[in-house]
Design a protein. Sequence first.
Length: 130
Amino acid sequence: MPKPKTPPVCACPFCGQVVETSGKKFKNSKDAEKWAIVQCSCADAVAHVDKALLLEKAKEDIDELFGGEDKQQNPAAREILLLAAHMISDGAIESCQIKLNYGTKAGVKYGSKSTLNISRTDTETSVRTI
């Protein structure tokens, strides 16, 4: 008679809590660790998931505000803003503002209630010399 298989488990890297994988298959141990973090309810795991969701939303908002056909496409500016969002969420800096071409300003700052504020300001000046 074959031995019953023990259910596969993975552990939260923050608190060590073991989480049953319910038969899920993972490509590698990193994927299993990510799944364990999402399943765990320890404070560090919850904070990690919240931060990941915040940065994912920040990337979407940055791409929406500074990419696309109707906006200036500036991949370097988007990279800088995403890096700033990471640094702000880590507490390394409080805010970042950059001036792009044609009177456009971009900014990222920490908002209230653990949010990131991403801004785009377009200023147009019309001058006519006669």
